[in-house]
Structures are given as C-alpha cells and as structure tokens.
Design a protein around this ligand. Structure first.
Ligand code: PLP
Length: 455
C-alpha cells in the first residue's frame, strides 16, 4: 500500500487484481446484514489509506484512478486540503446533526464574522450561484430524493389545482414514493410501489437530426408538426389545460437514464411552454449541477429559466431552491429535522462552492471536458463498437454495442486501476473531479484504449 500520495506523480497501480482477497472479505462481511441495493462489489475503498484528487487506495493496496466520483458526489475528489481542514474544525462538536429546521444553529455571535460556514451561510452562497434565476430561498433535506419530494410538494401547494405532473422518458428523480413516481429509466425502480396519480410522461428528445423519437408529431387539426407537450395542453385537441398542471420536471442532462443531452430545441420549447403558461418548471440538477457541466447548472447551457432547482450529491446535502413566492407561506407545510441542521455537510457544501469559485473550476471543467471528449472521440474512431461519445464539461459518456460489452469494459478498466460505472443500458459514464488535470485524463484514456484493444 502507498504510504502517501503525490498527486503529480502517482499512477494507477494494480498489484492484486480486484476484487482481491481483502475486498472479498469486506464485501462478504458487509453483505451479511446489508440490504440488496446497487452495490458494486469489486472495488472496496480503504478509507484509512492515502487518497488525493482522483486517486484512492482499495483494501488490497491497489491505487485506483476514480472517474466514478462517488456518482457525482465528490466534486473535488479525495481529501481536498481545505475540506479536510474544515472537517477537522468541526470534528470536535457533537452533535454534527441537530434539529436545524426547529432551532437555528449559529457559530459565534455574528454571522458576518463566523469562521465556520453554517447552513445559513450556505443559503447565501446558493443564492449567489442561482442569481440568473432570481432565486431567494433554499430548503435543505437529507437526500436528492427528498429535494425532489419537496420540490413537487411546493408546486402542489403553490398551484392548488388538479395536480398533473409532467416528466420525461429516461428520467431518474429518486426512490421515495413521490420521486419514484416520476422515474422513467428502469422498471425495477417503480414496479409494485404505489405512485402518485396524474403523472404524464413524454419523450425526452435527444435526436441529432430530424426528430423521430415521438416528441414531434404531425397534427391534422393543426395542419403541421407540433410537440407532444403542445398537443397535450392544446385547448381543442389536448387532454388537459395548462392550469391543471402543477409542475414540469426535467433533468437538463439525463443522469442514470444514460447521460444523454437534450436536443436544444426540445428543452428550450419545454422551458417556453412552462413560462408562457405559468407552469412551474423544476430542473433536477442533482447529478448535473454544481459545476459538473462547466456551468453552475446544466440548464444554463440551454437558456431555460427554472422556477425550482433541486440539488444534492456534489452539494453533500439535499437542496430545493427557488423564489419565495412559490414556496409555502404557511409554516409547517415543509420541514426536516436534520436537513437544515447538518453541520458538516452544509459546511463542506459551502466550502466546495467557494473552492470551485476560487480555483476557477467551471473553466477547468469546460476545458478538461473538451480535452477528454476529444480523447474519447479518438477511441471511437479506432473501435467500431464504441458508437457514441457525448458530454458536457465533465459529465461525459460513451455507448457501446451491448450491455455485455459495457460490463466487460468496466471490469477490464478496474483490473488496470480505473474505476468507471455504467448508466442507461449500454453506456459508461465518466465523472472526473472538477479539478482534474490533463495528466489524469491521459492516464484514464490510456487504460481505456488498452481495455478496448483487448476486448
Ligand atoms: N435526481 C437525480 C437526477 C439523481 O441522479 C439522483 C441520484 O442519483 C436523485 C435524484 C436521487 O438522489 P439521492 O440518491 O440522493 O436520493
């Protein structure tokens, strides 16, 4: 096992092919009482061992280059010195979670001079990075699913209408009963679970050329091509009136569903229809937000103006963000014991945003994203079975010809020390940290090249 790591020189090194004996032992020990969930058994991270940037150590002493990024929830990679220092400062207090929606947890007498960021400070920080949307309110919860759950509750309350919700094919919004009702990526997430009524799903158009996914249709009555959303809300040929819709929820880039980019015309039209009809538009940025795509929010790439943004993962805490007039005016309509009182997570979330600002990591994500995508396109030109390369900033993916091939690539990459994960059915997603360096991307591309070459 390495005794320490220097980010500039460390390389992925596999001494015992994963899963090694210690990884197997840990997996067996863990799974004795763990519920079946979404575990990836071959990689067991040793939290007591050295890790820096995108590099960490597994329990068998292998140095792993991590381009899975804890599924977008570790935007600065491992052990960013400022985050480690902050966590140390906070480690001395107990409890690190308090009833924060019931009691305000301050640090010192004056918020203006507090040397530790509190949940209140995170509110302000989030307002800075949602300025283009005029947001002025944040509500924290424990997970992404809860951020979505609260977003739709807020819309149901605001609209007080028939409560239709509109979502899109391929979507993943979480696993609580409300959020899972909006999922359209895999059956396993929804089968047999009761779901909220009046959810309408529509195609998520990712067509590169003329639309053939069903989003655009020819209407005889309208004598032309219109979108499905226009059709559904049309006063003559539609199914419901816009005043009956509580919200439209969309991922500006599909996450679990396959890292697909929306056709710009499609997402722009969704935004315009929502705005013109006064329907709240929720952008679920739990995977795509906080700089991952090179902008604070992926929706900014498409010029749409959400009424609510949901954030989590990279922020370390669930957050539902918007404008005060949409949120319930009445007390006790929304609340969460720990959401607003999670001292470590909110401090780390605050500091993460500050580091992204200070180190210009939006620019880095854009620049390194282009560099990485170029490298992936080179691989595509070499290997026929890579049939698509796509991405925005550092939210990138390839598709291959089958899920079997995809799984072989993921396993082969880990055997050489590169950790990557799948999404959709035949895709692999890549999520390096936002401060990834050219050298680290080259290391990943070299491993991928070798794995693809030996398939
Ligand atoms: N929404 C999106 C877009 C996600 O990617 C996820 C998680 O993958 C969620 C919601 C749910 O977040 P959590 O797992 O924190 O509940």
């Amino acid at each position: 096992m390495p005794k320490s790591m220097k980010r500039d020189t460390i390389t992925p090194t596999v001494r015992t092919a994963p899963p090694g004996p210690n990884a197997r032992r840990w997996a067996k020990y863990h799974m004795k009482h763990a519920a079946h969930a979404t575990y990836f058994y071959d990689f067991v991270w040793d939290r007591s061992a050295p890790a820096i940037g995108p590099f960490c150590t597994d329990v068998d002493g292998n140095v792993i280059l991590d381009f899975a990024n804890h599924v977008a929830s570790s935007p600065l990679g491992y052990n960013h010195p400022e985050l480690v220092a902050l966590s140390r400062k906070l480690a001395s207090i107990d409890p690190d979670r308090y009833a924060g929606t019931d009691f305000i947890g301050a640090w010192g007498r004056d918020p203006a001079v507090s040397d530790v960021p509190t949940p209140s400070h995170l509110h302000y920080k989030l307002m800075e990075i949602t300025k283009p949307f005029g947001f002025n309110v944040a509500f924290f919860s424990n997970t992404g699913a809860e951020a979505v759950e609260n977003a739709i509750k807020i819309c149901y309350d605001y609209r007080r209408n028939y409560g239709y919700g509109i979502c899109f094919y391929g979507a993943f919004h979480g696993r609580t009963l409300g959020a899972l009702s909006l999922n359209r990526s895999r059956r396993v997430q929804r089968d047999w679970y009761p779901q909220i009524p009046r959810i309408i799903d529509l195609p998520y158009c990712r067509c590169l050329g003329p639309c053939d996914c069903g989003w655009k249709i020819y209407s005889i009555r309208r004598k032309g091509v219109i979108s499905r959303l226009t059709q559904i809300l049309d006063p003559d040929i539609g199914l419901i009136g816009p005043e009956e819709v509580a919200y439209i929820i969309i991922e500006p880039v599909l996450g679990e569903g396959g890292y697909d980019l929306p056709k710009p015309d499609f997402i722009r039209e969704v935004g315009e229809i929502a705005r013109d009809n006064g329907i709240p538009l929720i952008c679920d940025e739990i995977q795509s937000g906080l700089g991952r795509t090179g902008k604070w929010w992926a929706c900014e790439h498409f010029n749409i103006r959400p009424d609510i943004i949901t954030s989590a993962k990279a922020l370390r805490i669930g957050a539902t963000l918007g404008r005060k007039e949409i949120f319930p005016q009445e007390e006790k309509r929304i609340s969460s014991t720990w959401g607003e009182g999670n001292a470590i997570s909110t401090a780390v979330g605050y500091q993460t945003i500050k580091i992204i600002q200070k180190e210009n990591l939006l620019q880095n994500a854009t620049k390194m994203g282009e560099y990485f995508l170029d490298g992936l396109r080179n691989l595509q030109s070499k290997y026929q079975f890579v049939h698509d390369v796509r991405g925005l900033g550092l939210m990138d993916a390839i598709s291959v010809t089958s899920d079997r091939t995809r799984n072989r690539i993921i396993t082969g990459a880990l055997q050489q020390g590169l950790l990557i994960i799948g999404c959709g059915f035949e895709s692999i997603r890549f999520l390096p940290p936002l401060d990834v360096k050219k050298r680290e991307i080259d290391l990943a591309l070299n491993i991928l090249d070798d794995v693809l070459n030996h398939l």
